[in-house]
Design a protein around this ligand. Sequence first.
Ligand code: FAD
Ligand code: NAI
Length: 463
Amino acid sequence: MSDSFDVIVVGSGPGGYVCAIRAAQLGLKVACVEKRGTLGGTCLNIGCIPSKALLQSSEEFEKAKHALKDHGVLIDGLELDLARMQARKSEVVAANTKGVEFLFRKNKVAWLKGTGRITAPGTVDVDGKAYAAKSIVIATGSESVPLPGVVVDEKQIVTSTGALELDKVPGHLVVIGGGVIGLELGSVWRRLGADVTVVEFLDRIVPGMDNEIAGAFQRILQKQGLRFRLGMKVTSASVAENGVRLVVEPAAGGAEETISADIVLVSIGRRPYTSGLGLEDVGVALDDRGRVKVDAHYETNVPGIYAIGDVIAGPMLAHKGEDEGVAVAEILAGQTGHVNYNAIPGVVYTWPEVASVGQTEEELKAGGIAYTVGKFPFSANGRARAMGDIDGFVKILADKTTDRLLGAHVIGPDAGTLIAELTTAIEFGASAEDVARICHAHPTLSEAVKEAALAVEGRALHI
Ligand code: FAD
Ligand code: NAI
């Protein structure tokens, strides 16, 4: 293999591997450095894909246990085969990571196996061997934030990585942090039979999400059996053979109490990962949160070194990293890459799902923007009734003067799919009226989107 490339991408997560493929499609000679034994980064190996596999399997189990009875489908002798469920998850992960390997071969992207270190602008050292590149793209991703006093062993005190690997359903799972990871993985283990308590520092779950949606989300999860201890912080954890003893106290100060758990999941956020990359030596600047600073073209302060994905500012989402990967590849090939940060959807894959795009009501209020709201509940949607999934609603926020869509938030069945239409609408600068006038097939869940758009002007038909 030649030691000289147009582009070397460090990290093969959704940001890095997509950047490498797109750059190769555009005729550049590309290598991607990855130290993990498989390609695909956090997302494919220990993030999006394994968590969605377990969410799907646990949902099937829960349906078989409860929901199917309502449909007149009776199952005798239902059992959980957790080993099989975990094996299936691993098969799904392997199929995806091998898929990226295939795409690298197809596009002639060289996989440099090992740990990359940038030793000078234009030079990347991979386990002692130097490679030259006209441009370097940092796509090294993120890692979970540690909690002082709570030492992760990935057995009894776990991050998401350990929580995806449990070989036994815990009696009591305590989740520290009521964010996306805590609620998705808390849901998995609750469905499989664990008691789940979520300890959250703030007085609400999923900070950043539209308040009204977050409130509805919490009530639905509580109805499903998740317990919430809001406004509480964990100060220490001690591990014994029979479990973990957590000391918690009110975030605002007050009396301590202890909580016993079989497993503790620490999910209080993720932070950029740049360890061992040599950034200090080449002078690549980080911001006050350890993120690589980039300009509008994803270039760092060192010419020829770029960065994308979780390691830079913005939502830590796979599709955000992918779009940045494409943008950088196109910029490096002399084209004009661009990402519209106002139109990046976010989805929580619980059931019901929660999805949003654009601004929340709180952001609009804080920005002094006059807006109108249109809402429509799934309980008034024929298809949701037929499915037996009537929890949740669609909420659309439109500019009061121009009617332009400013934000959309959905909690309900298949919210993650429904948000695509509203993301498209925002990307195209559509008004609520535009969405309301589009013909939506009947009976589909998407009619709730149309009705919410009609409701912006008080014209919903089915409520
Ligand atoms: P990463 O995917 O983190 O990849 C970085 C890669 O770089 C890693 O493979 C690492 O080994 C490699 N690397 C680092 N340093 C070096 C080095 N010096 N040399 C060589 N290789 C190196 N996002 C969603 O959009 N949807 C979801 O459903 C979702 N679910 C998630 C579930 C969980 C449990 C977690 C933890 C995350 C989830 N995310 C989800 C977030 C998503 O995984 C990240 O946003 C995404 O993986 C970021 O992509 P990236 O390319 O920036 O970095
Ligand atoms: P998060 O930022 O979503 O949530 C962390 C939660 O922990 C917050 O509610 C925060 O207030 C709370 N917290 C912080 N410190 C605390 C403390 N000391 N004690 C108790 N609570 C505390 O982070 P999370 O869930 O770890 O996920 C990390 C990121 O991974 C997400 O922000 C998201 O970008 C990505 N992700 C995306 C998914 C998706 O798109 N479906 C799924 C899983 C992860």
